[in-house]
Design a protein around this ligand. Structure first.
Ligand SMILES: [Fe+2]
Ligand SMILES: [Fe+2]
Length: 151
């Protein structure tokens, strides 16, 4: 599978997961936390795999570099917001307002990544390199998930 199809498929899954966190019943804080932990660990592995495998390669090519630099900024902003959320207990009245802003930020990033990073990748790199990036991405992601690295 090439890197573009892999990333798009995972983005679809994360959009649905982020909606599930938003829609978790307000009186079921265990479920809220479970869904957040699941969403966070998947987003973390995906983001780190992009940072290890995809963005460095994109930075080397003038056609893909601007979209990679933009994506790094979205990742930094999302991570900073997520750290703020983790300071709060799920019962805190600010928990959901913060989550809604994180969700909106990550949604905007996924859209921007598809519109600019993935489109420029498809234009700049050939099918073999896109397949190779896909293989490396999945390997790094699996490694991160199996180590349960926190982010
Ligand atoms: Fe992504
Ligand atoms: Fe990303």
């Amino acid at each position: 599978m090439n890197i573009i199809d892999i990333i798009k498929a995972q983005h679809r899954e994360y959009r649905a997961l982020m909606d599930q966190v938003r829609d978790a019943p307000a009186d079921d804080l265990e479920e809220r936390k479970r869904l957040l932990d699941l969403t966070r660990s998947k987003l973390h592995a995906h983001g780190r795999a992009e940072e290890h495998v995809v963005f460095p390669r994109m930075e080397e090519d003038a056609r893909t570099r601007p979209a990679a630099l933009e994506a790094w900024e979205w990742h930094r902003a999302s991570n900073a917001l997520m750290r703020g959320l983790l300071q709060l207990a799920p019962a805190d009245e600010l928990w959901m307002p913060k989550w809604l802003v994180i969700r909106g930020t990550i949604m905007a990033h996924l859209d921007a990544e598809e519109a600019r990073a993935l489109v420029s990748l498809a234009e700049a790199f050939g099918p073999e390199e896109l397949e190779e990036l896909g293989r490396k991405f999945l390997a790094v992601e699996e490694d991160i998930l199996s180590r349960k690295v926190e982010g």
